[in-house]
Design a protein around this ligand. Structure first.
Ligand code: 7PM
Length: 259
């Protein structure tokens, strides 16, 4: 899954892709590099980011989805928590919903129940504005897993069938470095649920903190983690650097399939 942030303040690509023509170019490049899904996000969820209105998010995301659809059948995922954005995005040709708030915003659950698109449910402790202030868990793996399984049951009860759902531990979303490492170490527990697992660690601060390097230097570590996540059974890798990730994952899979 290649990341396309169409926010003016997104942390690792500095809003380079907020202009439609540039964004479309980037999409073409990611497709050529082997991306299977393009994830389009119009709300910045970085720590401390400000809230974005429905109108603003629609303006950023819908024209781009339409433009991609006009030239490609590539599966499109929309990174949003807002019910109206989910609906308009699917109407414009998006195939999947990626919600960092796991359909907890008002109207989101009912909106998605009325659609057919698959959904990724992500764990986040707190809200983007404050989530990194003092993340706290008794047992991060159990708590994140229980949260996601509970959201799965809520979705199923609302009429979203299990085969439409994927889960994501939400690396960096209300988690310290130690929490992120423990969750990654326990990825097999998430995979063992039988639900597809999405992993998003690309260029994130867990790499910056462990290696003490800025965001521009985090590609090699991101690719290594993508290979490891793939080895551990992750189904979808949300990444900035598509080509090196595709190479790493193909090598990992060739080795896995060689026994
Ligand atoms: C801090 C945390 C800064 C996250 C920026 C981000 C994920 C996502 C994002 C993820 C799913 C970024 C992000 N991260 N959706 N959206 N999983 N499902 O790296 O980990 O662009 S936003």
């Amino acid at each position: 899954m290649g990341i396309l942030n169409v926010t003016p303040d997104s942390f690792s690509d500095g809003g380079q892709f907020d202009k439609p023509a540039k964004a479309l170019q980037r999409v073409r490049q990611m497709i050529a590099e082997g991306a299977d899904i393009i994830d389009i996000g119009g709300e910045s969820t970085r720590p401390g980011a400000r809230a974005v209105s429905i109108e603003e998010e629609l303006e950023r995301v819908i024209p781009l989805i339409e433009a991609i659809r006009a030239e490609s059948d590539i599966p499109i995922s929309v990174d949003t928590s807002k019910a109206p954005v989910m609906l308009e995005a699917v109407k414009a040709g998006a195939n999947m919903i990626n919600d960092v708030r796991s359909l907890r915003e008002s109207g989101a659950l009912a909106e998605v129940a009325g659609l057919e698109a698959p959904v990724c449910l992500m764990h986040m402790q707190g809200e983007p504005r404050s989530m990194q202030t003092n993340p706290h868990y008794q047992n991060v793996v159990e708590e994140v897993l229980q949260f996601l399984l509970q959201r799965v049951e809520v979705c199923v009860a609302a009429g979203i069938s299990r085969d439409r759902l994927a889960i994501d531990p939400g690396f960096g979303f209300g988690k310290t470095l130690q929490h992120n490492l423990a969750l990654f170490h326990a990825l097999d527990r998430f995979v063992a649920t039988g639900l597809p697992v999405l992993v998003g660690v690309s260029r994130k601060s867990m790499i910056g903190q462990l290696l003490d390097i800025p965001v521009e230097a985090r590609m090699p570590a991101s690719v290594a983690l993508a290979g490891l996540a793939s080895w551990l059974g992750a189904a979808i890798l949300r990444v900035h650097d598509v080509q090196p990730t595709v190479h790493a994952v193909r090598m990992c899979r060739a080795i896995k399939n060689s026994d």
